[in-house]
Write a protein that binds this ligand. Structure first.
Ligand SMILES: [Zn+2]
Length: 274
């Protein structure tokens, strides 16, 4: 929580409104924030375990770029949402109480794997505990996006997980987008609930709160959060027409199998095959 989101100049088609399992659009590629943290590279002769300062600055900039994209696509209304990427043994995460537009790379907070952070520097988002628990739950992921996006939050407040009303639900790695019970923001209790539920999904709804999405990198996590919001809006509207016609277990097993063919275009490659 507690991130300001100023009105975007243009709600740009800056991220692809993912509707089909297809390749990224040129626009998405163009605006895709790089996440060097996901795949640390070292110059020949340098240790891969010791990324350079420039590399770290690039990772911090990528976190800010993703937060700005989240804000400008209306995915995080008001002062909501936070973004992190895996870094070294811990993570880099947006700080609490600062507008994204004002963020400098040095404002992005580093939180170690054990939850330690520099008390002299910017405080990490108050939600850092569940970000960290997501990385512990899923060693292969590189980024976490959390938002209070409108329709996902509406469903979360009605305690409605999203069932297989549409085949694209498989984008989150299973036959639904589950709902975890309510726990106060910023608590270890909430972090534990997130950790348990993310073990076999890449996105989930948080009761009376919002949504969380994870991915191999920042762009993938942001796109998945966007897709969760689209699905939530669709499901909300379907509910107004009556009882949805849900896809059965067999149909969804088929979809999940087909999603394996996403290859490198997968939003959450590796998770879809679970
Ligand atoms: Zn929140």
């Amino acid at each position: 929580m507690a991130m300001a989101a100023k009105k975007p100049k243009s709600v740009a088609r800056t991220i692809r409104p993912v509707a089909e399992p297809a390749g990224r659009s040129a626009a998405a590629r163009k605006t895709r924030p790089s996440n060097p943290a996901a795949k640390p590279r070292a110059k020949p002769g340098k240790s891969a375990r010791a990324p350079s300062k420039a590399h770290e600055t690039a990772a911090r900039k990528a976190v800010i770029a993703t937060a700005l994209l989240m804000s400008r696509t209306a995915l995080s209304p008001g002062r909501s949402g936070n973004v992190s990427c895996r870094w070294r043994e811990g993570m880099l995460i947006t700080p609490t109480g600062m507008a994204y537009e004002e963020l400098q790379p040095s404002d992005v907070a580093y939180v170690a794997a054990n939850g330690a952070y520099n008390r002299e520097g910017r405080k990490p988002s108050s939600e850092w505990r569940f970000h960290l628990s997501a990385y512990h739950a899923r060693p292969e992921i590189g980024a976490v996006v959390h938002t209070h996006s409108l329709h996902a939050t509406v469903l979360a407040c009605a305690h409605r997980p999203i069932p297989a009303f549409h085949y694209m639900i498989a984008i989150a790695g299973g036959t639904d987008i589950p709902l975890i019970p309510y726990a106060p923001f910023g608590t270890q209790e909430l972090a534990q609930l997130v950790r348990g539920s993310l073990a076999d999904r890449s996105a989930l709804l948080m009761a009376n709160h919002g949504q969380i999405a994870v991915g191999n990198d920042l762009a993938a996590a942001l796109e998945l959060a966007r897709e969760v919001e689209v699905l939530a809006e669709q499901y909300y509207k379907v509910l107004t027409l009556g009882k949805p016609k849900l896809l059965g277990a067999e149909a969804m097993a088929d979809v999940l199998e087909r999603f394996k063919g996403y290859g490198q275009n997968a939003q959450s490659r590796g998770n879809l095959s679970k």
